[in-house]
Design a protein. Structure first.
Lengths: 316, 282
């Protein structure tokens, strides 16, 4: 297990390093001089050169790349070229919206999706099954940000139960902050819950045909008992796979949904950075997203290998 | 697989018919729309659906039905091109990994790992920073996302074929890796590719909508269903219809494609019925 974990960790580090190189190269290819952009057209050559030196732009590309990576390893993501504050702080501040939102969406999708999948599998082939799966099919097809708009219409404008948008910082009023995340959380959770319900149902139906379920039934368990005691646990492995993938992409989906509710999350930070050509900030924010996605996948891999030793024999 | 056997699956027939019908709606916009889509007439803005404008008009007085027809075409085109990028690059990668093995396989798998680390939104962010927003940007972002998906599907399918006797026979007959991949592996994984292609097409429609909605995809004066939702963003609390019409269109397209995809999977290869993983990414 330790050998497996080590191999995976090395792979993780290598993927991140190459990903960082890709991001660095892409943004380095950009035409135009960031220092000139900050100072404006009328700045003198001398002051531009001075700022270039101060921003570390006069060094050759490989050196700047290495400096960037080493800096990040120490928590220094550089200074935002428009806001003149550390990028790490800006990202951390926005993550306090984006991360809880993703977690909330994840929890909601599990709480809704898994029981629906279980219910459909128990009533397999019956009207309930058909209806639930039709519902899931629709849920998968609904763009999460559009569902967010519909939720706003009903629960914020119509019923006035929840705020239509905006965010109160956690420090000021945790209750209000959480309330602001409920509708976006639901919007993000709908397609995820639908996928989970389908996967859960398929996995359970698969397991129900296994020999050990027949044995359990032969020992006198009812179908529901056998499914609950033996089926669910075995069905959870494929469900976990999907869950890991979903969380990784949920963070990316959050960027889009934040827009509907005017939430000051990572997405808004990135869009401002793009329009102001704050490359240091774009670079920092994208690498953070890549790290989150890759780390989630690593965690999923390691969790499985821990749960199911068969998976430690690694495919190439 | 002949047409009669395909038609024996009613849900497949419905899914394909509905998908084609919606695609046709988009294609017609090339030669005819009820009103020119760029025709701005402030006097008739926010008209309710009626006889003159079946789906009403938007904040600029443009005919919603015309916009939706044209937007459907954009959404389909972007998603289709992205699928073609995924197939064009991903399938050869997967086949090469299966046929050569060893270092080639290792490299292909590492490249897919790397690509998986970049969700479409992140690629779109990088490309927008680089060259600005646009349809090409969305095609590229979704296409890059599709590459490892097809590489994995092709490799997985090809590996299970590669152990067959006729592949061993072909090798004994002196065929090289490339010839085996082309003549024996590729034809046998076509059904897998088609099924995955349908799923990625529906995911691509959703992704295009998301990217255009946040301003990284299609730009005016062109239109797409996602862009219509972006236009509606500041108005939908007063004029909900502006967001409902394009949203429902997206949902219909994606449902049609998913039903077609599920049906194709059942019809082409019943063994695959249990695979749900294809729906997970997005």
């Amino acid at each position: 297990m330790i050998g497996f974990a080590l191999r995976r960790l090395v792979g993780f580090a290598a993927t991140l390093l190459v990903a960082a190189a890709v991001i660095f190269l892409l943004l380095d290819l950009l035409p135009g001089d960031p220092a000139r952009f900050v100072l404006g057209i009328n700045a003198s050559e001398a002051s531009v050169a001075a700022l270039r030196a101060q921003m570390g732009l006069d060094a050759p590309a490989p050196e700047r790349f290495i400096r960037w990576v080493i800096g990040m390893a120490q928590g220094d993501f550089g200074l935002s070229s428009t806001q003149k504050v550390p990028v790490a702080g800006l990202i951390a501040e926005r993550m306090s919206v984006t991360f809880p939102l993703s977690m909330l969406a994840m929890v909601l999708s599990v709480v809704v999706g898994l029981p629906i999948g279980l219910l459909a599998a128990r009533r397999r082939g019956k009207a309930v099954d058909t209806a639930l799966m039709a519902l899931a099919q629709t849920g998968i097809a609904i763009p999460n940000f559009w569902f967010g708009m519909l939720l706003t219409l009903v629960f914020a404008v119509g019923l006035r139960w929840l705020p239509p948008g905006g965010f109160t910082p956690w420090g000021e009023n945790p209750g209000a902050a959480l309330r602001a995340l409920i509708l976006p959380g639901l919007a993000l959770a709908l397609p995820q819950a639908s996928i989970l319900a389908r996967v859960m149902r398929t996995a359970l139906v698969d397991v129900a045909e296994q020999d050990f379920i027949r044995t359990a039934r032969a020992k006198g368990m009812t179908r529901d008992e056998a499914l609950w005691r033996h089926g669910v646990r075995n069905a959870l492995l494929p469900v976990l796979t999907i869950l890991g993938l979903q969380f990784a992409y949920l963070i990316a989906g959050t960027i889009i949904v934040e827009n509907v509710f005017y939430l000051p999350g990572l997405g808004r930070l990135i869009f401002t950075a793009i329009s102001e050509r704050d490359l240091v900030l774009v670079r920092g924010a994208t690498i953070v997203l890549v790290v989150v996605v890759t780390a989630t996948m690593l965690l999923v891999d390691l969790t499985y290998a821990l749960v199911d030793p068969r998976l430690r024999r690694e495919a190439p | 697989m002949n047409a009669r056997r395909l038609l024996a699956h009613p849900s497949l027939t419905i899914g394909i018919a509905a998908s084609l019908l919606l695609a046709l709606l988009g294609l017609i916009s090339l030669v005819w729309t009820p009103y020119p889509i760029e025709q701005v007439q402030i006097a008739r803005r926010f008209a309710d659906p009626g006889l003159a404008h079946w789906l009403g008009t938007d904040h600029l007085g443009r005919d919603m039905l015309s916009l939706i027809m044209s937007g459907t075409l954009t959404s389909f085109t972007v998603a289709l091109l992205a699928v073609l990028i995924g197939i064009g690059i991903g399938v050869p990668m997967g086949l090469a990994a299966a046929a050569w093995g060893g270092a080639v396989e290792w490299l292909v798998l590492r490249i897919s790992d790397l690509t998986f680390a970049f969700p479409a939104v992140i690629v779109a962010i990088l490309v927008t920073t680089l060259i600005g927003p646009g349809e090409a940007n969305a095609v590229l972002a979704i296409g890059i996302f599709n590459i490892p998906v097809f590489a994995r599907v092709a490799r997985g399918g090809a590996l299970s074929i590669a152990t067959q006797d006729y592949v061993a026979a072909a090798r004994l007959a002196g065929l090289g890796n490339a010839a085996i991949a082309w003549r024996h592996l590729l034809p046998n994984i076509m059904s897998l590719i088609i099924v995955q292609g349908t799923i990625q097409l529906s995911l691509g429609i959703l992704a295009e909508a998301g990217l255009s909605y946040i301003g990284l995809g299609t730009q005016p004066p062109a239109t797409s269903l996602g862009l219509m939702l972006r236009d509606a963003q500041s108005l939908f609390l007063i004029h909900p219809w502006l967001s409902i019409a394009p949203g429902v269109t997206i949902v219909l397209i994606v449902i049609a494609l998913n039903i077609a995809g599920d049906g194709l999977r059942d019809a082409l290869d019943p063994r695959l019925r249990r695979q749900e993983l294809g729906h997970a990414a997005g």
